[in-house]
Design a protein around this ligand. Structure first.
Ligand SMILES: [Zn+2]
Ligand SMILES: [Zn+2]
Ligand SMILES: [Zn+2]
Ligand SMILES: [Zn+2]
Ligand SMILES: [Zn+2]
Ligand SMILES: [Zn+2]
Length: 432
């Protein structure tokens, strides 16, 4: 498919709206009408109100605004077409009242982690990890997984090595040129921050037991170490696991656990509960005393840095963060008290779906698709700054395409591909 770009190029800044109109169904629909869903949310720094907009609105409505991607937030409805934002929505034309059911944590003030730092993509070197429960983002160093590295100076963005960066959407990629953290992304499946662990009894109960890793320090000045690394038993199959205590590899355990994991619907109406899915006695592992002492005695303030003062009184130290290993959703005890807890936090039982804008079915690669693909090839810690990168790339692309427009030539997909290939090539050679 080729595009005649004369018209589009008449206004550079409106390229994306125009392209979106020419190529329907791709970032042309605000998600407002879908209600409260889990979706990627963007904070518009230019509009400067603590509200969030959907990915389509981030491109179509706030095109020239500076934005920060907050990544998926559950139960979130787009604020773009509402009273809360003065900037008009270009996609959802009906004027809507301000959303009252969205939760606006500190991320909506551009602030992240228990250290409450602002995110600066040009300086940040650390991987950030998203809490499964509150969906805030945490620095590895703030989880005691590494020393806080000095911030980096502004460097050109390398665009390679990104193909492998999309595997895990709850970490923002490998920290650049830093020694490995105490726990790598491959060592666990999900992370729950200490504040959330304290508020969710069932997670608190499991903290520090096999498969619910914690980072602790025996006394001030000691090295941080991991507890809970013993091979997790499948708790859903607790009786069986006890009969054959050493039979399961982690992989087998995870698979079994998965098949034994009921959906929430099953749980809510367990008519004839099987012994293994609704035991009358609690099959949660014996609590980890170390973990429980950290969780009950030591309550770090959420935002205060410099916690050294309070640390010293405690023998065993840690924030109470929990890293749940592969297959954790199938390992919870399903006795009645545990189940009623778990049902309140469905993401502990079932992996959530995150809305993605629909693919454009009848075009070739649209400009936006090409742009977003290029974006996806950027490492995660750079992709968090994706909008800015995307805007820069769009400007370069316009520059590349302007001669076609001036000569009235059609632009083909190959021309656009050539642009991206050249760009990737430049990025690679620039890096070596
Ligand atoms: Zn929207
Ligand atoms: Zn804006
Ligand atoms: Zn909008
Ligand atoms: Zn932090
Ligand atoms: Zn949390
Ligand atoms: Zn139980």
């Amino acid at each position: 498919m080729s595009l005649t770009l004369d018209a589009i190029l008449s206004s550079q800044s409106s390229l994306l709206q125009e392209a979106a109109e020419a190529l329907p169904h791709q970032f042309t629909q605000c998600t407002y009408a879908k209600g409260h869903i889990r979706q990627s949310v963007y904070l518009c720094l230019t509009c400067a109100v603590p509200r969030g907009i959907c990915s389509a609105c981030s491109i179509a409505c706030h095109t020239d605004h500076e934005q920060l991607e907050l990544f998926p937030k559950r139960n979130f409805r787009c604020d773009c077409p509402t009273d809360a934002l003065a900037h008009p929505c270009a996609l959802h034309k009906t004027h809507e009242a301000a959303n009252d059911a969205n939760a606006y944590g500190q991320n909506f003030r551009g602030v992240f982690c228990r250290c409450a730092r602002e995110y600066d993509p040009r300086k940040e070197r650390e991987t950030m990890i998203q809490c499964l429960a509150c969906e805030d983002w945490f620095h590895e160093s703030c989880l005691n997984l590494r020393e806080r590295p000095p911030s980096r100076g502004p460097t050109p963005e390398p665009a390679q090595e990104a193909a492998e960066a999309d595997a895990d959407d709850t970490t923002s990629d490998v920290s650049d040129n830093l020694p490995p953290p105490l726990l790598r992304a491959s060592d666990y499946d999900s992370f729950v921050c200490g504040a959330c662990v304290r508020s969710i009894d069932v997670v608190k109960r499991y903290a520090g037991t096999p498969g619910a890793l914690m980072v602790i320090q025996d006394s001030p000045g000691d090295n941080w170490k991991i507890i809970g690394t013993d091979e997790p038993e499948s708790m859903a199959l607790g009786f069986e696991a006890k009969q054959e205590p050493n039979s399961d590899s982690a992989e087998v355990g995870a698979k079994r656990a998965r098949s034994a994991s009921p959906s929430s619907a099953d749980l809510s109406q367990a008519k004839k509960p099987r012994l293994s899915s609704a035991p009358s006695i609690c099959l949660a592992p014996p609590p980890s005393l170390v973990a429980q002492s950290i969780l009950s005695n030591y309550k770090p303030s959420e935002t205060a840095p410099g916690l050294e003062g309070t640390r010293e009184e405690k023998q065993i130290l840690g924030f109470g963060d929990v890293f749940l290993t592969e297959g954790f959703r199938g390992r919870w005890c399903l006795c009645e008290p545990c189940t009623s807890q778990l049902k309140k936090y469905r993401y502990l039982l079932d992996e959530e779906e995150t809305y993605e804008p629909p693919q454009d079915p009848d075009s070739g690669l649209s400009l936006e698709e090409l742009g977003l693909r290029a974006l996806q090839r950027l490492p995660r810690d750079r992709a968090i700054d994706g909008i800015r990168a995307f805007n820069e790339m769009r400007d370069d692309l316009m520059h590349h395409l302007r001669p076609f427009a001036q000569e009235g030539k059609e632009v083909t997909e190959a021309d656009i591909r050539a642009f991206f290939d050249a760009r990737m090539q430049a990025a690679k050679s620039g890096q070596s």
